[in-house]
Design a protein around this ligand. Structure first.
Ligand code: GUN
Length: 291
């Protein structure tokens, strides 16, 4: 059984990006600039955005963090988005999700210039992805594909079962796994909350991608011996023994599933670090697109 080390892979990719950035700067080009908009004080969002800012430093990027309180109006947010679209120094930006309930998330996503949409959430980028055209791939699916590529995991002709149908992970990763590409060329089944007998379907998978946000959902009896398991879950579970007061829990019962697998991503240290890396790859690409 092989542990797929997302932390080490992400670290190697960030070094590759940093070297490319320094070469660009030496050639007289400006540093890539990523901006992030953070609304409110959700603990998960605060952590993600802090990691994104730190990753920018590691990659030699410039970063800007724009913060607003949770009572920000949709009009104010749209004004910020318009400002970022118009700012020639900003190569790419993200609006951290989730947004407060009074804001129409799709209205914000669709106001982002697709050329600066390094999250890959705009319908133009989602559409281009599903057609297999050049685009900004959304960060978590792109990170999963990159892990499969770097660990040379065979996907061609395999049965991949995706658990979860979110716009951010389930739908796009299913689309990428079925694409005529390497990694890709898999036969994909998507399971979700309305799927009967999920366990029976998951048991037939060569590759399981679990993205439902339900800690320990995938148990050993659901896993075919030799399967590859990608765990996208990052649920915060209260844990008094931790300084933070919580621990991150994946969607897979790692302890009992890992011995059965040919390869598995841990939580933390699997898909999570790769997600931020994908954002850095997209931001560098956004800067290069302007060359
Ligand atoms: N919330 C959870 N994941 C993401 C992400 O990849 N991008 C943004 N903008 N918000 C998120």
């Amino acid at each position: 059984m092989q542990i797929i080390d997302g932390k080490a892979t992400a670290s190697a990719i960030k070094q590759e990006i940093a070297a490319e950035v320094e070469a660009r700067v030496a050639a007289g080009k400006k540093r890539p600039h990523l901006a992030a908009v953070l609304v409110g004080h959700d603990g998960g969002s605060e952590t993600y955005v802090a990691h994104k800012v730190k990753a920018c430093e590691e990659c030699g990027f410039t970063s800007t963090l724009i913060r607003r309180e949770a009572d920000v109006t949709q009009a104010e947010l749209l004004e910020i988005v318009a400002g970022l679209n118009a700012d020639p120094d900003v190569d790419g930006y993200i609006v951290q999700l989730p947004l407060p309930a009074h804001i129409d998330e799709q209205a914000i996503i669709q106001a982002v210039d697709p050329d600066k949409d390094v999250d890959g959430f705009h319908p133009v980028n989602v559409g281009r992805m599903s057609l297999g055209l050049p685009c900004f791939l959304s960060a978590t699916p792109a990170g999963i594909i990159e892990l499969l590529r770097r660990y040379e995991i065979e996907t061609h002709g395999k049965h991949c079962v995706v658990i979860g149908r979110s716009n951010i992970v389930g739908k796009p990763v299913a689309s990428l796994m079925m694409q005529k590409a390497q990694p890709g060329n898999a036969t994909v089944t998507v399971c979700h909350s309305a799927t009967p007998d999920i366990a029976d379907i998951v048991r037939r998978a060569d590759i399981i991608i679990a993205a439902i946000g339900h800690p320990g959902f995938v148990t050993a009896d659901m896993v075919k011996p030799g399967a590859v398991v990608i765990d996208v879950g990052t649920t915060r579970v209260p844990d008094a023994s931790k300084k933070s007061g919580f621990r991150l829990c994946g969607d897979v019962d790692f302890e009992n599933v890992a011995p059965l697998c040919s390869a598995i991503t841990p939580v933390p240290g699997g898909v999570g670090p790769m997600t931020i890396c994908s954002l850095m790859i997209n931001t560098l690409q956004a800067a290069k697109n302007k060359d």
